[in-house]
Write a protein that binds this ligand. Structure first.
Ligand code: ADP
Ligand code: ADP
Length: 232
């Protein structure tokens, strides 16, 4: 079975058709880039995968079963900004990611269990290149460091699918290249399945093993609010 499967999915808001009969399968280990103009339905697509929203018609399946709610070990997500908690240090941010995965509340862990949670979080921070910044707060971090932290927080859940929503859009070009290297290495080393929305078509083809183009196509010229979008 594919990890992620859209079966004849429609999303409609009133008269507006945002996703029109989208069917697609994503296999384990794929790195799928999603591109398309503003308003084409990319965020809607991600919200469906996160389970924040259900389709108007059709089915979205994770590992062959309908999606469960948002805070779940199945999916980790990184947004362009504000993915991490400003009032928590790097290591606490990552431990919070574990808590979201259904692990016991870290504050209530003692002794060995607490130590192992901390060790796991520390190893994840090492993996994203933040081994030196475990006790640093996000406000003291550069944009690139914050995105590294967001990736660590998402990955510590060991998600089936990692979702990246324009993760590097706010970063300087040089930093973006560093992040490309990091994400590619994590993807290869951890056998991740990644779905990344980006406005950068070069990035989409550079990182993705497959590129989905969402279109904002008018199906009826007399109905200005009618859009349809799907993967090609
Ligand atoms: P993208 O992420 O590609 O820019 P979106 O998924 O955000 O596109 O939006 C696709 C279309 O759906 C837009 O026209 C947007 O205005 C519309 N839309 C998104 N969410 C809602 C909603 N909750 N109610 C009404 N229209 C919505
Ligand atoms: P038909 O209704 O005759 O199948 P469509 O043009 O609606 O013709 O769809 C043909 C294919 O294009 C389908 O696979 C459909 O999912 C896809 N498709 C539909 N709307 C869009 C869109 N806005 N952008 C890209 N592909 C689309």
């Amino acid at each position: 079975t594919p990890i992620l499967s859209f079966k004849e999915v429609w999303v409609e808001y009133g008269d507006k058709v945002v996703l029109e009969r989208v069917s697609l399968d994503i296999a384990e280990g794929e790195f799928v880039s999603v591109i398309g103009p503003s308003g084409a339905g990319k965020s809607t697509f991600l919200r469906l995968v996160l389970g924040q929203e259900g389709p108007s018609r059709g089915e979205v399946l994770l590992d062959g079963t309908p999606l469960t709610p948002e805070c779940s070990p199945d999916r980790g997500v990184v947004f362009q900004r504000y993915s991490v908690f400003p009032h928590l240090t790097a290591i606490k941010n990552v431990m919070f990611g574990m808590e979201c995965a259904g692990s016991p509340l870290f504050a209530k862990l003692f002794g060995a269990a607490r130590k192992s949670a901390r060790d796991e979080a520390a190893a994840m921070l090492e993996a994203v290149g933040l081994g030196h910044a475990m006790d640093v707060y996000p406000a003291q971090m550069s944009g690139g460091m914050q995105q590294r932290l967001a990736i660590a927080q998402a990955l510590v859940k060991r998600p089936r699918v990692l979702l990246l929503d324009e993760p590097f859009g706010a970063l300087d070009p040089g930093i973006r290249l560093d992040m490309h290297e990091l994400v590619t290495a994590l993807w290869k080393n951890h056998g991740l399945t990644i779905v990344m929305v980006t406005h950068d078509i070069h990035e989409a083809f550079k990182l993705g093993t497959r590129v989905l183009a969402f279109d904002k196509r008018r199906h009826d010229p007399h109905a200005p609010n009618r859009y349809g979008a799907t993967a090609v």
